[in-house]
Design a protein around this ligand. Structure first.
Ligand SMILES: CC(C)(COP(=O)(O)OP(=O)(O)OC[C@H]1O[C@@H](n2cnc3c(N)ncnc32)[C@H](O)[C@@H]1OP(=O)(O)O)[C@@H](O)C(=O)NCCC(=O)NCCS
Length: 214
């Protein structure tokens, strides 16, 4: 779900228009379709909006950092990109986006396929699940996950695999409640450094070999 690039992207201008929040208890009609090329700009703006808050809490970016990377994903074989919409008058409004792949895609992917092969797992990798912030808690994310799992079953997948930052508490709660379990974790560790003079003082060290454990 995370992608890193060298050049930082400015937190810039245009955003996806904010759809009106549904009234309490109102029904919400959801439509799902494959993303088209003409949706690319709109979905990119949408992702910036959705992940703005999330990215303030996490060490890794939770979406492609650069538009270029996002545009490249569209050209990748084996990546499915779905948009979820609701009706607004005669128009349809974008309120959700899901992206997943049946294979490990991208030349620089650091997912280790052996982990899954050795365990006879046929995973579907969810790269993004994003709901418009005004629509959180209305069941849109649950429907999107149901759609993704449906697609996975149709393709003979045995597992849905995704990465979520531990600091992204809402999403983590969402997945845990839906029976997702931790299979591995990259833990970010940090230690606050004390300030001192640039050069260390003289030191007497006792030459010794560090024994390797085992
Ligand atoms: C995680 C996410 C996809 C969930 O989507 P959603 O549409 O809010 O999901 P649902 O409405 O189906 O379920 C949300 C749960 O939170 C509860 N909830 C209630 N009010 C809520 C609120 N204001 N905001 C969020 N969740 C709320 C819901 O009742 C529901 O509880 P349940 O687990 O008992 O069913 C969505 O929050 C999101 O897009 N987050 C930002 C992007 C992100 O972090 N994506 C995941 C990592 S890729």
């Amino acid at each position: 779900m995370t992608q890193t690039e060298d050049t930082p992207e400015p937190e810039d201008a245009l955003e996806a228009p904010s759809p009106p929040t549904p009234a309490e208890g109102a029904e919400l009609e959801l439509f799902v379709r494959h993303m088209h090329r003409r949706d690319l700009n709109k979905v990119w703006e949408f992702l910036k909006l959705v992940f703005r808050t999330v990215n303030k809490q996490t060490v890794e970016y939770q979406r492609p950092r650069l538009k270029k990377s996002f545009l490249e994903i569209f050209e990748e074989d084996g990546v499915e990109q779905l948009v979820f919409e609701t009706r607004r008058g005669k128009r349809r409004e974008l309120i959700g986006y899901a992206e997943y792949a049946y294979e490990i895609v991208g030349a620089d992917s650091w997912i280790n396929h052996r982990y899954f092969d050795d365990r006879d797992m046929r995973p579907l990798f969810v790269q993004e699940l994003a709901v418009h912030p005004d629509y959180h808690g209305f069941g849109v994310g649950s429907f999107m996950l149901e759609q993704v799992e449906h697609a996975a079953r149709l393709r003979g997948c045995t597992h849905v695999v995704l990465e979520v930052a531990e600091n992204n508490e809402d999403a983590l709660t969402f997945y845990r409640k839906r029976s997702f379990q931790k299979i591995d974790a990259a833990v970010f560790l940090a230690r606050k450094l004390e300030r001192g003079p640039e050069l260390l003082g003289p030191r007497i060290i006792k030459p010794r070999r560090h024994k390797r454990p085992g």
